[in-house]
Design a protein around this ligand. Sequence first.
Ligand code: NAD
Ligand code: ZN
Length: 238
Amino acid sequence: MSVERAAELLSRARRGVALTGAGVSAESGIPTFRGEGGLWTRYDPVKVSSIDSFMADPVSYWQVSKDRGRVALAAKPNPGHTALAALEEAGHLVAIVTQNTDGLHQDSGARRVIELHGSGREVQCLECQDRLSFEMPPRCRSCGGALLKPTVVLFGEPMPVEAVTAAHDLAVQADVMLVVGTSLVVYPAAEIPLVAVRAGAPMIVINAEPTPFDRFAEVVINGRSGEVLPEILALIGE
Ligand code: NAD
Ligand code: ZN
């Protein structure tokens, strides 16, 4: 069975890398973008999440962000986050590369978390680049500017070079690639598992629905990460 096969692959891994997406936080009450009940069924992502529309109309951006941010800041890690941290602690994973901006991997005790899309827990002023602790309404304390935005990567913004480089290097070295809760359609994040596969690592995909890369995976488990990951961990016995 696939859960057993995943446990076997992970128990042997010493340089495993996880790539996670919004699905891993769905059971913590944070809505995903795509998939069932995803936010993009309700609004246009390019309108609310691009740097151009942010610059043109920061107030509209913050109105959406205010509600979503409140949910994300109140969220707690779920058993999926905890199981990933335990796999790292047991020495099977060396890092968790995440597209999430919610900080829940860090809250669950994971040590090496690489945030490809920045963090929603901090804001920065685009006029002076100062980072501030979260506050509403967001105004920069240094210059009074109103272009404060969360330190997430919006559409049209470049990815953080250091995080992308680190993720790529980890993928090349990986002995298992564990992909959890991501639709694998946002690039270049979606390329990372392919880098690992090309370098010879077996890939495990755990997602609520099929992904475009399932055919490259050794194991595909369609289920909820908060249920599947603890099952795998229990089989490994750590
Ligand atoms: P996505 O929304 O495109 O895809 C999420 C995937 O997770 C879907 O395929 C869905 O079927 C699956 N899923 C839903 N619930 C699941 C569960 N309980 N267990 C396993 N899988 C589940 O997410 P993405 O691929 O991460 O790309 C979206 C982009 O949006 C990312 O770049 C990210 O930065 C951002 N985002 C972040 C958060 C967050 O920080 N929690 C939330 C929404 C979006
Ligand atoms: Zn400023």
